[in-house]
Ligand binder design. Structure first.
Ligand SMILES: *[C@@H]1O[C@H](CO)[C@@H](O)[C@H](O)[C@H]1NC(C)=O
Length: 197
């Protein structure tokens, strides 16, 4: 009885998404591959997209990230730049059922799942940009269930902005105003000031 139970536990650990039910190990930081032998990633098309709160980033301005698509159980999420496999920036307090993973010598360098509870499109991750990198993208491995996963789920590239987009938070959602939007806003304010009706 005891032996059977241990056998079942060992099998579960060996076959779980991203290697372990409690998240990817540090050894997965670079290749972002699940650590279970013999289970191939799913082919394209990838049912997931990575959405970001902003299309640019700047120092000390957090960017929120969500994985849109079907519910998922396993995740490994990093910010990358160019062809480098280094995980960049610093993730903030992980949402429920997820945790930090140490990558690039940073204890908060990546996010992985903490258990196999369901995560969904509402699960949002918060990331702080690093210094000294001009553009980044988010890259994820997403597991729907233990043997069904996709590698190389990628966001658009986010460029560092020096002037900064103006981030407007409205009712829990946020929108980015680029410089053009800001100029229109200023022009409107000037019009109202100079030509009050
Ligand atoms: C996501 O999961 C949470 C917690 O399980 C749930 O409350 C929420 O309704 C779900 N959202 C979506 C969009 O499925």
């Amino acid at each position: 009885m005891g032996t059977v139970l241990i056998g079942v536990l060992v099998l579960q650990v060996l076959s779980h998404g991203l290697g372990l039910p409690t998240g990817a190990p540090t050894s997965a930081c670079k290749d972002m591959m699940p650590r279970h032998a013999g289970v191939q990633p799913q082919p394209a098309p990838v049912p997931y997209t990575i959405h970001t709160s902003s299309r640019s980033f700047q120092a000390n301005q957090p960017v929120t990230v969500a994985i849109k698509g079907p519910d998922y159980t396993g995740i490994l999420l990093e910010a990358r730049s160019g062809n480098s496999a280094d995980a960049l920036g610093t993730w903030q307090i992980p949402p429920a059922n997820t945790r930090f993973l140490q990558c690039s010598h940073n204890p908060q360098g990546a996010i992985t799942h903490a258990n196999t509870n369901v995560k969904n499109s509402s699960t949002t991750y918060t990331w702080m940009p690093p210094d000294g990198v001009s553009n980044i993208y988010f890259k994820a491995t997403v597991a729907q269930q233990r043997t069904v996963y996709w590698l190389n789920v990628r966001s658009e590239t986010l460029a560092r902005s020096s002037n900064g987009g103006v981030l407007l938070a409205a009712g829990g959602s946020s929108a980015v105003w680029d410089q053009g939007g800001l100029l229109v806003l200023i022009a409107n304010i000037l019009l109202i000031l100079f030509f009050p009706s």
